[in-house]
Design a protein around this ligand. Structure first.
Ligand code: 0A1
Ligand code: ZN
Length: 861
């Protein structure tokens, strides 16, 4: 293994480029023959050799302009072709072994289907090539495969010819007129059910839509196809962006490392984000299917037509496309619950990444394995940065900037700076300070301090910012932060600052601190900060319980209202941690009871407000967390919550409608609220009947799973009983069974490790299938707090043992699952030591993949 650190500043333009590719692929499980003819051109004046990338390839032959050429060297990872003309045709024949490709990068054969994954650097596992995103070429591909086993042969673009060979195989030729980088290449061969539809674009062009799913699963594809049409229409209406090929294909496969991939005209999806039906998919699954379908579709413009110059620019396409899919989902469903979803991801995962050894800016500076940088920072914080552009510029100017970006760069591979320049060109606001969000890592903290002068009736509120140093960067500067700001008194009166620094409810905090002055006030005012989570920051605003309840009651912004309760819960949990739980007094319980009764009809808000912050979220406002103590305190508060509020919760539960299943926003909100309440009631004595009844009567997966989760919380024998029934019913459906695996793996029980071993022996479990591995080992490592952090270190050891095996099979997935171990900085010394012992074991292993090596070595540095 050669470990090489690549740096953003070392970028050099390619010394050759490729204009056209003509590939002929003869599929065979262990010896697929790939013949690739590329038209190569020297860039500029030089006499360097042509150096192509290649990995896991067997070279068969090489010709230049149809003449055999022998002056080349194969080095690990590269093919250096010497003495080449300025312009030439290079034909390379290679053999590859898709059947034994368990890393699921390049071309692989899994579950009877051939498919590819080329982002970021997988194309080099198919043929020798300039595998970098700034080399854009037109592709033509002819696929040959057995006619009976692989009746469907797909590649990017449009099919232009097909026929039969004499040996029982058939062939199809595909042509993609749009020049593209190799990472957007795809091919698929298999035997599928096909769902078809059409979409007429805004300029009147008919596009064929094709969705390929495993045989027999056709019924579960309709929702995804309808979602695609909604996404196509939305992108036309919101950004004026229209689809550009005659056909758009989506293929759902069971073996996939990530969620989905935006290959030009031929998206490949993890079946988890395509297949959905009322009885087997939860509301959340439906939501995710629509969001991921939209995300991949939106990439056609933000990613494919305008792509990245190099992989350090990944957030250029991902941050922007996540922002676009978030806006779409908010329009299709509801802005508030969407926003809360994003904030949970930021607080639970992105803030933790910032605080870990893997900390990096949204545009990373150095990388060993690119696959490790498909992170919550690049994606989700990246989307938050785009959202701040949107906030600062306003809807219309943002749209003008997007138009300009596309106009300038259509067909190009560009950088984040190019995006900023396009945005700058449509506004007078100087964006140069704001642009530091691209280079500075870490989570800024905004501290709020107040000074009240009762005699003069004056109040000063100061907001100051600082960003704690991170593993990758010691020195931090002040950023340009849009802070939504509101100010109320205990009676719900709203106040304006004297100097008008707040404009449109927003303070631009572009210096280390700013002070706002308020006069004619007769009591200390309550600052309400960061409405709608206007920036990806932490806020340190010490409000007491009654102030937080006042914010819930009177703030205009629903996100602030939700967040006030989150802060209140977090404060209550602190009391349990400090053994001062008597501070959680009747006034608080009454306040919460009022929340439940006054908002009883607002199922959306209540469904969110009754969720107690997760262990992971709580960790982000604490240092050196004593896991056992925090977990116990959280659990004790949850129990008190259920006991003290049992009656209003029960009344709410009884009033919440149970109607025949419908996936509509109103129904989703009601179901969510009902299941959240059931989760609380599960901690009370008389919940077993309710849970069993819901499980028995459910006509949909959301309620079945809601009942199972409640049974898991209630921690009695009912859980095992219902889980057994569930398994019997769903044994044949891998995606549903993943939910069952996940529930088992997150159950807090003494014998959890032997349970995990049993799960791994389950006939449906396979180390080669990432969804199964994530459901069992991933769920355990990320979400089984008590089990993973067992004080004897056996949870860490279990995960490490597994990673050592998994790394040899699928390094990408192994490197993801190691994440919780690498975040040891957050925990008390006794946990840190045990975690580091296991990381050291990985380090000592000697045969670690680059993926795992990068994360483990950084976390031990
Ligand atoms: N570009 C895809 C995500 C993706 C990235 C890497 C992959 O393999 C290493 C696969 C998919 C997206 O953003 O949806
Ligand atoms: Zn993406």
């Amino acid at each position: 293994m050669s470990i090489q650190v690549k740096k953003r500043v070392d970028y050099r333009a390619p010394v050759f480029t490729i204009t056209d590719v003509n590939m002929d692929v003869r599929l065979h499980p262990t010896q697929t023959r790939v013949s690739s003819t590329i038209e190569v051109k020297r860039n500029g004046e030089h006499d360097l050799p042509l150096t192509l990338d290649g990995d896991h390839l067997t070279l068969v032959s090489l010709t230049i302009n149809d003449t055999p050429h022998t002056d080349y060297q194969e080095t690990p990872g590269q093919l250096v072709v010497n003495q080449v003309p300025d312009t030439f045709s290079l034909t390379i024949v290679t053999h590859i072994d898709p059947q034994h490709n368990q890393a699921l990068e390049g071309l692989y054969l899994s579950g009877g289907t051939y498919c590819t994954q080329c982002e970021a650097e997988g194309f080099r596992r198919i043929t020798y090539y300039l595998d970098r995103p700034d080399v854009l070429a037109r592709f033509q591909v002819t696929l040959h495969g057995d006619k009976d086993t692989y009746p469907t042969l797909l590649a990017n673009g449009n099919p232009i010819a097909r026929g039969n060979n004499d040996d029982g195989t058939h062939w199809v030729t595909w042509q993609d007129p749009h020049p593209k980088p190799a990472y957007l290449f795809a091919l698929v061969a298999g035997d599928f059910d096909l769902l078809e539809d059409t979409f007429t674009t805004m300029s009147g062009k008919q596009v064929k839509l094709e969705l390929y799913v495993d045989k027999g699963k056709q019924d579960k594809g309709h929702f995804a196809l309808a979602a695609l049409k909604r996404a196509m229409l939305w992108d036309e209406q919101t950004f004026g962006l229209e689809y550009d090929l005659d056909i758009y294909m989506i293929v759902a496969v069971d073996f996939f490392n990530m969620g989905a991939m935006e290959n030009k005209g031929l998206n490949i999806f993890n079946s988890k984000f395509v297949l959905a039906s009322q009885d087997s998919a939860t509301d959340e699954d439906f939501f995710n299917v629509e969001a991921v379908i939209a995300h991949e579709y939106f990439h056609n413009w933000t990613g494919n037509r305008v792509t990245c110059r190099d992989w350090f620019q990944l957030s250029l396409k991902e941050g922007l496309t996540v922002f676009r899919d978030q806006q779409f989902s908010a329009d299709m469903t509801s802005p508030l619950s969407n926003r809360i979803k994003h904030v949970r991801v930021m607080r639970e995962h992105q803030f933790a990444e910032d605080a870990s050894a893997m900390s990096h800016p949204i545009r990373p500076e150095e990388v060993i394995e690119m696959n490790n940088f498909y992170t919550v920072t690049v994606y989700d914080k990246g989307a938050e940065v785009i959202r701040m552009f949107h906030t600062i510029l306003g809807e219309q100017t943002f749209r003008a900037g997007m138009d300009e970006y596309i106009k300038r760069h259509d067909g190009q591979a560009v950088t984040c700076d190019d995006f900023i320049a396009a945005m700058q060109s449509v506004t007078d606001i100087d964006l140069s300070h704001f642009a530091l969000w691209y280079s500075q890592s870490g989570t800024p903290v905004i501290e709020v301090t107040t000074q009240y002068d009762a005699d003069k009736g004056l109040m000063d509120i100061t907001l100051s910012q600082h960003t704690p140093k991170t593993a990758d960067q010691n020195d931090k500067v002040s950023l340009y932060i849009p802070v939504a700001f509101d100010c109320i008194d205990s009676q719900g009166q709203h106040y304006q600052d004297d100097d008008g620094q707040i404009s449109n409810g927003m303070l631009m905090l572009d210096t280390a601190a700013k002070t706002l002055h308020f006069s004619n006030v007769s009591e200390p005012l309550i600052p309400v900060i960061l409405g709608n989570f206007s920036a990806p920051v932490k806020v340190d605003n010490e409000l007491n319980a009654s102030q937080l309840l006042a914010v819930f009651k009177y703030a205009h912004d629903n996100f602030n209202r939700w967040d006030a309760l989150q802060s209140l819960y977090s404060w209550c949990i602190v009391q349990y941690e400090k053994n001062t739980e008597n501070n959680v007094d009747n006034q608080i319980w009454q306040g919460l009871e009022q929340v439940i009764t006054t908002e009883a009809d607002n199922h959306e808000l209540l469904g969110e407000c009754l969720v107690i912050p997760s262990f992971e979220t709580l960790c982000q406002t604490r240092k050196l967390v004593d896991v056992g103590a925090l977990n116990r305190a959280r659990e004790a508060f949850c129990k008190a919550f259920a006991d003290n509020l049992q009656q209003p919760l029960q009344t709410l539960f009884d009033k919440l409608p149970v109607n025949p299943y419908q996936y509509s926003q109103q129904a989703v909100n009601a179901r969510r609220c009902r299941n959240v309440v059931l989760g609380h009631l599960a901690r009370t004595a008389d919940a077993q009947g309710l849970i069993e009844q819901q499980f028995a009567n459910a006509d949909n997966m959301t309620d079945s799973l809601g009942a199972l989760k409640a049974a898991q919380i209630s921690a009695g024998p009912l859980f095992d009983k219902l889980m057994t029934q569930f398994e019997e019913r769903w044994n044949q459906d891998p995606l549903v069974l993943d939910k069952w695996f996940g529930l088992h793996a997150t159950t807090e029980r003494d014998d959890i490790l032997s349970q995990l071993t049993l799960l791994q022996q389950h006939p449906r479990f396979a180390m080669g299938n990432p969804n199964r591995v994530r459901a069992v080992v991933g769920s355990f490592a990320f979400f089984n707090t008590a089990g993973f952090h067992r004080t004897d270190g056996s949870g860490y050891q279990f995960v490490t043992d597994y990673l050592l095996e998994l790394d040899a099979v699928n390094p990408q997935v192994a490197a993801r699952i190691v994440t919780p171990l690498t975040q040891w900085q957050n925990y008390a010394p006794q946990y840190q030591n045990l975690m580091k012992t296991q990381l050291q074991r990985l380090m000592n292993h000697g045969k670690l993949s680059g993926d795992l090596y990068e994360k483990v070595s950084k976390s031990l540095a």
